[in-house]
Write a protein that binds this ligand. Structure first.
Ligand code: BG6
Length: 530
C-alpha cells in the first residue's frame, strides 16, 4: 500500500483495534500469503487486510504477495483479491482504500516444494526493499494444506528468506541505510499436527529455522473479542476473583455448537473430526481462559505460561477412562435452516463407513488447588440446533434455602454465561422475587451485550491477529509447549476411539445432539439447551 492509503482511511480515529491500546509500532511490512487463492485467504485474510487498511491500522508501507500453484498474471490475482474483499468484507469497501491496498500486489506461481518459487519470491521481496530503501519486515502466512507447513518453512530457511539481517542471502539492498535488521515471522494456520507426535515433529522442524518468538500459531478464537474479554472480565473486576474457585463454582460448561454441516470440507473433516477440529484447539483455549491464574502481566510469555499450567493440570484419560469421560456421535439426516439435510455419511466425499465424529463431548478435570473436583464439560458439534459458542459457569447452590419453593418458578443456582457468539455478551442469572403479595422467586438475567454497550462493530478475529503478528506480539497465539500440551490431552481419546469399531451413535441434524452426551453429566447437572 502506498503512503496515500494510510491517509485515505475514513475512520482511523474510531479504530477499535488501536483505540485505548498501547500502540506497539507496526513496521513497514511485506506479507506473503502461501495458499493465496484458497478459501481462507479469500474469506478471511484478504477481508481482514482490507479492514485494517480501512481503519488506518496498516503501516504506511505495506506490500502483499500471494503464492499459489496456478500460473496467472499479477493483474488477475489483483482482480481476484478485489472480488474476494467485495464479497466477504464486513464493511462495504471504499474503492480508494481498496485500490491503494492492492496497488502493488504481486503474485508468485509455483508448487511449494520447488526452490524456484522461493527464488522468485526473493526477487519480489528485494524489489520492494529496493523501492523502500530499507529492509522491510517479512511475514510469511502459511494458509496451505498442513503437509506443506514444514516444506515451506524449510525452503524459506534454505533460500535465506528467514534471515533477519537486512540483506538476506544476497547482501543488503541498495540504500539500506542504517536500519539493517528486519523482523521476520511465520504465521501457521491450524491444524498444527494431528497428534502429539506430529505436532512435536512440526515444532522441531519449524524451530530449526525460526526462533519461537518468530512463530505465530493461529487459533482464531483467541482473536475473538469475547475471548479476549474473558481476561478483562476476570482480571479487571474485583468481584469475581474471590468466587472463582472450587469453593463457589459447581461446574463449568463450554459449548461450541454449529448449525452448519461440513460443507465442501469432507477431505479435511473426515480425517479430523470434532475433537481434533474444535476441541483440541479452540475449546481447550476457552477452558484455559476460565481456569488460568491471573498472569503477572499481559505479555506473551506470562499469559501463555499460565495457560500451559492449566493444560498440564488437566488429567489426560487412560484408555479405560475414555468411555466414562468422552462421547462421540455423527449427525444423521434432519432439518437445518428450514430444509431437509442429509446425514454425515451421505455427505459428498465422506467414506461410507466413516467413524469420524461430528459431535464430541468431554468431562475434564483440572487437578490443582483452585479447581479440584469441579467438572469442566465441553461439547462441540456440527448440525446442531443453532450456532452458539458460550461458557456457562454455574455456582454452588446456597447452603440453606429459607424460602418455600411453592409458587416459585424454580430457584436455581446462579449462573454466569459468557456468550462468545452470536449476541456477544455476559449474562448473570439471579433469583428475584416475583412482584406480588407472595414471596415467590424466579430466575432473572442481568445482561451486558456488546452490541448495545459499544456502538462500534467488533473487528474480525483475523484483523486483530494479523496486526498482532505484524507488531511481533504473540500473546494471542499458541506457543510450542501449549500446542503439545493440548495434544497430550486429546491423544489418548483419539487412540481409544480409533481402536473401537463403529458405527457411531447418530443424532438428528438440527437437534440438541446425541442423548449419550447426558451420560457424562454428574448427578444434578444438565447440558444447557442449545
Ligand atoms: C474452524 C473449524 O477452526 O472453526 C471449523 O475448522 C469451524 O470446522 C470453525 O466451523 C468455527 O469458527 P467460528 O469462528 O465460526 O466459530
Amino acid at each position: 500500500m502506498s503512503a496515500a492509503a494510510a491517509t485515505v482511511s475514513p475512520s482511523a480515529a474510531e479504530n477499535p483495534l488501536t483505540e485505548g491500546l498501547e500502540r506497539l509500532p507496526v513496521p513497514a511490512t511485506t506479507l506473503v500469503i502461501f495458499g493465496a487463492t484458497g478459501d481462507l485467504a479469500r474469506r478471511k485474510l484478504l477481508p481482514a487486510l482490507y479492514n485494517l487498511a480501512h481503519d488506518g491500522a496498516l503501516p504506511e508501507r505495506f506490500h502483499l504477495v500471494g503464492v499459489s500453484r496456478r500460473e496467472k498474471p499479477h493483474e488477475d490475482y489483483r482482480a481476484e483479491c478485489m472480488e474476494a474483499i467485495r464479497q466477504f468484507s464486513r464493511r462495504t469497501p471504499d474503492e480508494d482504500v481498496l485500490e491503494s491496498l492492492l496497488e502493488q500486489v504481486r503474485y508468485v506461481p509455483g508448487v511449494f516444494d520447488d526452490d524456484e518459487v522461493y527464488a522468485s519470491l526473493a526477487e519480489v521481496l528485494e524489489d520492494f526493499e529496493r523501492q523502500a530503501g530499507q529492509p522491510l519486515a517479512r511475514i510469511f502466512y502459511l494458509s496451505t494444506a498442513p503437509a506443506f507447513f514444514p516444506v515451506i518453512v524449510e525452503a524459506l530457511g534454505r533460500e535465506g528468506l528467514a534471515h533477519r539481517d537486512g540483506g538476506g542471502a544476497e547482501g543488503p539492498p541498495a540504500g539500506a541505510g542504517e536500519q539493517d535488521e528486519r523482523q521476520v515471522a511465520v504465521i501457521i494456520e491450524k491444524p498444527f499436527g494431528t497428534s502429539l507426535a506430529e505436532a512435536s515433529e512440526l515444532n522441531q522442524r519449524v524451530l530449526s529455522v525460526f526462533e519461537e518468538s518468530q512463530v505465530f500459531r493461529i487459533d482464531h478464537y483467541l482473536g475473538k473479542e469475547t475471548v479476549q474479554n474473558m481476561m478483562a472480565f476476570r482480571f479487571a473486576n474485583g468481584m469475581f476473583e474471590p468466587l472463582w474457585n472450587r469453593n463457589y463454582i459447581d461446574s463449568v460448561q463450554i459449548t461450541a455448537a454449529e448449525d452448519i454441516g461440513i460443507g465442501g470440507r469432507a477431505g479435511y473433516y473426515d480425517r479430523a473430526g470434532a475433537l481434533r477440529d474444535l476441541i483440541q484447539n479452540h475449546m481447550l483455549q476457552l477452558l484455559c481462559h476460565v481456569a488460568m491464574e491471573p498472569p503477572a502481566s499481559f505479555t506473551a510469555d506470562e499469559v501463555r505460561n499460565e495457560k500451559v499450567k492449566v493444560l498440564h493440570a488437566i488429567h489426560a484419560p487412560s484408555a479405560d477412562e475414555v468411555a466414562r469421560m468422552a462421547v462421540r456421535a455423527q449427525y444423521g439426516p434432519g432439518r437445518a435452516g428450514g430444509s431437509e439435510v442429509s446425514g454425515y455419511l451421505e455427505e459428498e466425499g465422506v467414506r461410507e463407513d466413516s467413524n469420524t465424529e461430528t459431535f464430541a463431548a468431554l468431562r475434564l478435570e483440572v487437578d490443582n488447588w483452585r479447581w479440584a473436583g469441579v467438572p469442566f464439560y465441553l461439547r462441540a458439534g456440527k448440525r446442531l440446533a443453532r450456532k452458539v459458542t458460550e461458557i456457562a459457569v454455574t455456582l454452588k447452590p446456597v447452603p440453606h434455602l429459607a424460602f418455600s419453593q411453592e409458587g416459585s418458578l424454580g430457584i436455581r443456582p446462579n449462573q454466569l454465561v459468557l456468550t462468545v457468539q452470536p449476541n456477544e455478551g455476559v449474562s448473570l442469572q439471579l433469583g428475584a422475587k416475583i412482584p406480588g403479595t407472595r414471596m415467590s422467586i424466579r430466575p432473572v438475567n442481568m445482561e451486558f451485550l456488546y452490541g448495545t454497550s459499544f456502538l462500534s462493530q467488533s473487528p474480525e478475529a483475523y484483523e486483530r491477529l494479523i496486526l498482532d503478528a505484524m507488531r511481533g506480539d504473540a500473546t494471542l497465539f499458541t506457543r510450542n509447549d501449549e500446542v503439545e500440551a493440548q495434544w497430550q490431552i486429546c491423544d489418548p481419546i483419539v487412540s481409544a476411539w480409533e481402536a473401537e469399531p463403529g458405527p457411531l451413535p447418530q443424532y438428528e441434524a438440527g437437534s440438541q445432539g446425541p442423548r449419550q452426551a447426558r451420560e457424562l453429566m454428574a448427578e444434578g447437572h444438565a447440558w444447557r439447551s442449545i
